[in-house]
Design a protein around this ligand. Structure first.
Ligand code: HSE
Length: 306
């Protein structure tokens, strides 16, 4: 019997971009790879790179659960599957590693089943599993995307960017998961804070599309979630202030943190040093990257496993 193998490469994503809570997301040039091979024996899961020894390698693994959802929905049942996970994106970093697992598992399963689901079907499935669409949309489609959920369906569009750009990411070594970071948010916010965010997100979309860093400096500010999340990570608020004072056009908590994303036309290395120094004063060491925008989104390769 011929067994098929599919590899899906999925970009890291930085969600929110300041005011665009659960709405804006950007794919960047750091990737996880998920290979699913149909096998004749029992299911197997291996994790290499980030999350090795931390992520489960049984049927509670997120990639497995995502693949299973698609197999169940489309009525496809391989005898067994082997999942090989190669993670270059740190887990619980604010860089969308769980979205890569969901998108990777779902897209690989769909291809093995003969691609009965469209990318829009997969987006709905992924959004349902993740609980919000802002990471999974750019993980699938690439670029910077706006997403909303309307009557249970994810609606999205890509920003039309005038020019490519780079961002710097600084990740302090601190454990914070999305569940905790969402639990820190209030159930009500003052009306003036809502108005603040409505105006900032409108400006931010224009600033990103036109590459207007002066407008971005005004737009990349938030009153909905960041003020409540700053206190969750030592040095986070101070690092964001320091980076702005050092000349960054914009800085935001990446997703739910603890990483931060820095927008600037140049000087990325110096801004990384400033942020790392600030976290260092709070006792945290950092990892950092200068990354391009990923414009491709998730890509799929299909081979015969033998
Ligand atoms: N929009 C989400 C949040 C992203 O901020 O909680 C988390 O990955």
């Amino acid at each position: 019997m011929t067994n098929m193998r599919t590899t899906v490469t999925v970009p890291a994503t930085s969600a929110n971009l300041g005011p665009g809570f659960d709405t804006l997301g950007m794919a960047v040039s750091l990737h996880n790879r998920f290979t699913i091979t149909e096998i004749d024996g029992e299911n197997q899961i291996t994790v290499r790179g980030h999350g090795d020894g931390l992520l489960p390698n049984d049927e509670t693994n997120l990639v497995y659960c995502a693949a299973e959802r698609v197999f169940r929905a489309v009525g496809y049942r391989p005898v067994g599957i082997r999942i090989d996970i190669e993670n270059r994106i740190p887990v619980e970093s604010g860089l969308g590693s769980s979205s890569t697992a969901i998108v990777g598992g779902m897209m690989a399963a769909n291809v093995l089943a003969g691609s009965p689901m469209s990318q829009l079907d997969l987006l709905d499935f992924a959004n349902e599993m993740e609980g919000h669409p802002d990471n999974v949309t750019p993980a699938i489609f690439g670029g910077i995307t706006v997403s909303a959920v309307h009557q249970g369906q994810a609606i999205h569009y890509p920003l039309n960017l005038a020019q490519p750009f780079k961002v710097a990411i600084v990740l302090p070594q601190y454990r914070l998961n999305t569940k905790e970071a969402r639990a820190a948010l209030p159930s009500m916010i003052p009306f003036k804070d809502a108005v603040f965010n409505v105006s900032r997100i409108a400006l931010l979309i224009r600033a990103l599309e036109t590459g207007d860093y002066e407008m971005l400096a005004v737009a990349m500010n938030d009153q909905l979630h960041q003020p409540y999340r700053f206190k969750l990570v030592p040095g986070l608020e101070y690092a964001c202030h320091a980076v702005r004072n050092a000349g960054a056009a914009g800085v935001a908590i990446s997703g739910s943190g603890p990483g931060i994303v820095i927008f600037s036309p140049d000087n990325h290395d110096a801004l990384i040093r400033t942020a790392s120094l600030s976290f260092g004063q709070a006792g945290l060491t950092c990892q950092s990257w200068i990354l391009d925008l990923d414009t491709k989104g998730a890509t799929v390769e299909m081979t015969v496993a033998g």
